[in-house]
Design a binder for this molecule. Sequence first.
Ligand SMILES: Nc1ncnc2c1ncn2[C@@H]1O[C@H](COP(=O)(O)OP(=O)(O)OP(=O)(O)O)[C@@H](O)[C@H]1O
Ligand SMILES: [Mg+2]
Length: 300
Amino acid sequence: MRKVKSGVYGLNTLMDGGINENTITTVIGSSGAGKTTFATYFLKRGLELGEDAIFITLDETPQQIIKEVIEMGWEDVEDYIDEGALVFVDAGGRQFSDFIKTELAGFVNEWKGYNARIVVDPLTPVLWSVENKYEQRDLVSFLLRELRKIGTVICTLEEHGVMGDLSGAELIIPMYLADNVVHLRYRSHDSPEKRDLKIIKCRSSRHSHFWHPYNIVRGSGLIVQRAKLATDHSKRVVDMTNKLDKMLADLPKEKAAKLTPKIKQSLHRTVETISAEDIGSMDPEYILLQLLLEYELIEE
Ligand SMILES: Nc1ncnc2c1ncn2[C@@H]1O[C@H](COP(=O)(O)OP(=O)(O)OP(=O)(O)O)[C@@H](O)[C@H]1O
Ligand SMILES: [Mg+2]
């Protein structure tokens, strides 16, 4: 199966190289865990590769999402919208279950032949739109089956109640139907707050079975660490832009050929937006390596 790079730095390695194409990934987490950020950077990565991106939003209006995305460091998002490469489907405020039943098939037919990245954020209201459990299952199953025909799908799920208890009915159905499940655990009451994630399942792939700490960094989205940090790097001051330039200059010829002006610009923007405060105790060099890995400029 072909893998697509997730756009989440450090995650691909944990999923055997990336997300399998035309699969469904469910990202579960409580409010503020980073679900929308995860989904956004997944789309951003595809757009950079010339793929199409569809953002199906149920809670927030596209305008709200675009505003937040720009604030958090993705400045040229509107260029993709103007080009028609990034499309929003505003499913909020109307009966999304009706849309699924009546219009979805037509929508999918129009997109056939494209290899898109699709986000449903959040999927939870779809489940709540019908009461009967069997009907819920049918509806979500139909939605996901249709969407995977046109690309690789990420849907997010809100986690309520006891943290880490994934046995709630509204989680079980989509978790079961998904090919991959990623759990974002966010302990907002801890000081400092703690975030870590785990791959709960990843069909047809060898995957990590551990909890991995992650940070949310302006301009980069989620950056996942491979293991618990042994050393505290927060006191280290590194000029990341200089370091990046040096790493890019040292690329072997066949890798340097992949470094299009667009990718180079994207890497620079990303690094320039990173603040010492955001990365906390993460190693700046580790982050740079994850960037190069994501863009396949270096090998694992
Ligand atoms: N692109 C970004 N880069 C860095 N930080 C971000 C970015 N987007 C959001 N954040 C921060 O990360 C946190 C998580 O945001 P996000 O909206 O992704 O969470 P969520 O899991 O979707 O929450 P909710 O369930 O409320 O929608 C927010 O507190 C926000 O300040
Ligand atoms: Mg969200």
